[in-house]
Write a protein that binds this ligand. Structure first.
Ligand code: SAH
Length: 390
């Protein structure tokens, strides 16, 4: 097996258990590794570190799969790991729909598997993980006997690994428009053409957190996508709900979801740019009891964090101005590049500019089927905040 030796001075990240090894952290590679091949990693003085997969084309040269000795990386390894992922989800109460595998947080770097009841959507974002795709599919078949498995590898990040973007069936073809249950409500999910894997499971617990504040309220939701937060609000007793999304497709899907739950009289959706509309309505003096914001990640790279902060501040400022005194702002950020403290500071800045004071109701992360590994900052990515705007 190809041997990879780290430099004498090991990055604390690697020493503390993080699975990524950058090319500039490696002193030498013994052997001629093929892309995706399993390699053994040692310290400069030949102490065993672990085994992982290599990609000479990537800046992250190796991603570790194990630090244990006497383990073989083979089909059985993937079956065992995915079984452990499933046991953990069952243990913490995520059975029907869940993120079954959350990459690094589950010891399977850059593998994402979402379970929508009997259907599975997978993403293999690196060459190494892509190489093991047949083993991963076999493991899903063994554990779950699924009704369908679909690959959503139409993700630009794969190109950094020399991979192409691609989507398609990994099982016999099936109808990729399915319906899932969440918190007693039903939602259409488009596995083939929806955003990411088709549905955002990471907010499934946060959606329940609005239960009390939306009762009898006039609610405005922006960045609605499939209408999930808005439909929850309607079912929790809101008086009226308006959801906005820039994508006509999303609005159409959200309207269908409202109808699916018999809530189309309370809940309507419109296509609009939230930045423009919120600003305009602020000028007109419109007011809501509850404003909900769930914008996309405004940045994917460290260089543009400031741009993201400006975006978050701006949209929250505009949202806050629309909240009646004593009403509530429900706001999220889904990029791991904006850390929780920075996010809270940004909301604080928005409140200051809006000349409103805020009282924190709750501050949460993503649902627990997306585990946060302490010491692995990028697993702590979703911020979900409810404040009362005084
Ligand atoms: N709240 C959703 C997820 C939202 S994803 C859920 O719980 O599932 C972010 C959404 O914001 C996307 O659907 C995208 O189309 C929309 N979006 C992006 N920019 C926008 C803008 N300027 N105005 C309104 N919607 C926007």
């Amino acid at each position: 097996m190809v041997k990879v030796y780290l430099r004498r001075k090991i990055a604390p990240r690697i020493a503390n258990g993080h699975p990524w090894i950058f090319a500039n952290e490696v002193e030498k590679v013994e052997g001629e590794p093929a892309g995706g091949e399993t390699v053994t990693v040692f310290t400069h003085d030949r102490k065993y570190v672990g085994m992982g997969y290599i990609n000479p084309k990537s800046q992250i040269l190796v991603r570790l799969l194990t630090r244990e000795k006497n383990v073989e990386i083979n089909e059985q390894f993937f079956l065992d790991r995915i079984r452990q992922c499933w046991e953990y989800r069952q243990r913490i109460g995520y059975v029907e729909n869940c993120r079954l595998v959350f990459g690094e947080a589950d010891g399977l770097p850059q593998l994402i598997i979402d379970k929508f009841n009997d259907y599975f959507v997978i993403q293999t974002l690196t060459l190494g993980m892509d190489t093991w795709k047949p083993a991963i599919v076999k493991a899903l078949e063994t554990i779950f006997s699924p009704k369908g498995i679909y690959e959503r590898n139409d993700v630009p990040v794969r190109e950094l690994e020399g991979l192409t973007q691609h989507k398609g069936f990994l099982s016999a073809p099936f109808d990729t428009k399915i319906i899932i249950n969440e918190n007693g409500l039903r939602f259409h999910v488009d596995i083939e053409n929806g955003q990411k894997t088709g549905y955002f499971l990471d907010q499934q617990d946060n959606r329940r957190a609005i239960r009390h504040i939306v009762k009898d309220a006039d609610v405005l939701g922006a960045f609605t996508y499939t209408g999930t937060f808005e439909i929850h609000a309607a079912s929790y007793g809101a008086k009226s709900v308006l959801g906005l999304d820039i994508s006509e497709n999303a609005v159409e899907q959200a309207n269908r979801n409202a109808a699916l739950n018999g809530l189309e009289k309370i809940c309507r959706f419109e296509a609009a740019n939230a930045f423009d509309v919120l600003k305009q309505w602020g000028k007109e003096g419109k007011q809501y009891d509850v404003v909900m914001l769930d914008p996309p990640a405004f940045t994917k790279s460290r260089e543009t964090i400031q741009k993201a902060i400006t975006g978050y501040k701006e949209i929250n400022l505009r949202g806050m101005k629309l909240v009646k005194p004593g009403g509530f702002l429900v706001t999220s950020s889904c990029t791991n590049l904006v850390h929780p403290e920075l996010f809270l500071q940004t909301i604080q800045m928005a409140a200051k500019d809006a000349r409103r004071s805020i009282r924190q109701v709750t501050f949460q992360a993503q649902a627990s089927d997306h585990p946060i590994i302490w010491g692995m900052d990028n697993t702590n990515y979703l911020k979900f905040l409810i404040v009362q705007v005084l």
